[in-house]
Unconditional design. Structure first.
Length: 302
């Protein structure tokens, strides 16, 4: 299963790898593929990734510590978005290599705004994702030339995050850019985030998936209780929304939608945590929370 099997003498390598790109370009999907398990939520809605989620994968002698940044926000100026953009810039200052993710053959204004953040002193790999959607590969050559004129990329990696062979190849390409040093984590580690945090992310994913485009992005999930009793996890969570109308959308007719969000979250949590899960969900209205720095801090945004 390992992308590469090093020789006995291969020195240990370990480093931080940032995954950056405009909203909805596939960053979380790529992180999950690289780590080999779901640690970052995936959804078609912009702004679903809000925290520095670290995914970890040890392959042969190299340990890759992935930092999944929030999609750089270009359209809004709320406190939430200012907070997100500070996070992106902070992450880039800390890492050893950057994966700049774009859709193969496409480059728009939102991509350009993210590219402008790339640190000049760090190797940046251009990862052209969703290669399977490009019907004529010959069209990629002029596009690639134009991309190289925009930034001195260290590598060009065309790929599909959903293809295992492409993910293995990406590991081999990144490895030489990691510093030769001891690993930061155990070989089996997948993330440095707590089970409590993963639970909130997973519930939020179900929330966005099951409400479609009806619900604005300014909804979040707060874990009120997370108790371990042997092989049982008792979790109580509150979904925070900005308006009464949003609360109605989540609860649904006769409470059916909220039941489904709870049921799907519980099933996936049981798989992720390897334990029986008892989950209670509540919905509360807190108008203006995304514009309030104080609320952001209380809900866990750095």
């Amino acid at each position: 299963m390992d992308p590469s099997t090093p020789s006995e003498q291969a020195p240990q390598r370990c480093g931080l790898v940032a995954i950056v790109g405009r909203p909805n370009v596939g960053k979380s999907t790529l992180l999950n593929a690289l780590v080999g398990q779901k640690v970052s939520i995936t959804s078609r809605k912009a702004q679903t990734t809000r925290h520095r989620i670290t995914g970890i994968r040890t392959v042969g002698a190299a340990q890759f510590v992935f930092v999944d940044t929030p999609g750089f926000q270009t359209r809004h100026s709320t406190a939430l978005n200012r907070n997100l953009n500070r996070t992106v810039q902070g992450v880039l200052g800390d890492v050893d290599v950057v994966l700049f993710l774009v859709e193969a053959g496409r480059f728009g204004l939102d991509d350009a705004k993210v590219l402008a953040l790339m640190p000049p002193d760090k190797p940046v790999l251009l990862v052209a994702n969703k290669l399977d959607t490009v019907h004529r590969r010959a069209e990629l050559a002029p596009w690639l030339q134009s991309m190289q004129e925009r930034h001195p990329f260290a590598e060009f990696v065309p790929m599909s995050a959903t293809k295992d062979a492409d993910v293995k190849r990406l590991f081999a390409i990144i490895e030489p850019y990691l510093p030769e040093q001891g690993w930061f984590y155990d070989e089996e580690a997948l993330t440095d985030r707590s089970e409590r945090f993963l639970a909130s992310e997973l519930i939020r994913e179900k929330l966005f998936r099951l409400t479609g485009d009806e619900l604005p992005y300014s909804s979040t999930v707060v874990i009120d209780k997370f108790e371990e009793e042997g092989n049982l996890r008792r979790i109580a969570a509150t979904i925070i929304v900005e308006r009464d109308a949003h609360k109605g959308m989540i609860i649904g007719s006769g409470g059916e939608r909220l039941k489904r969000i709870g049921s799907e979250s519980r099933q996936e949590l049981e798989t992720l945590l390897g334990a029986k899960v008892f989950l209670e969900l509540w919905v509360k209205v807190r108008s203006g929370w995304a514009d309030s720095e104080e609320h952001l801090r209380s809900y866990g945004y750095e």
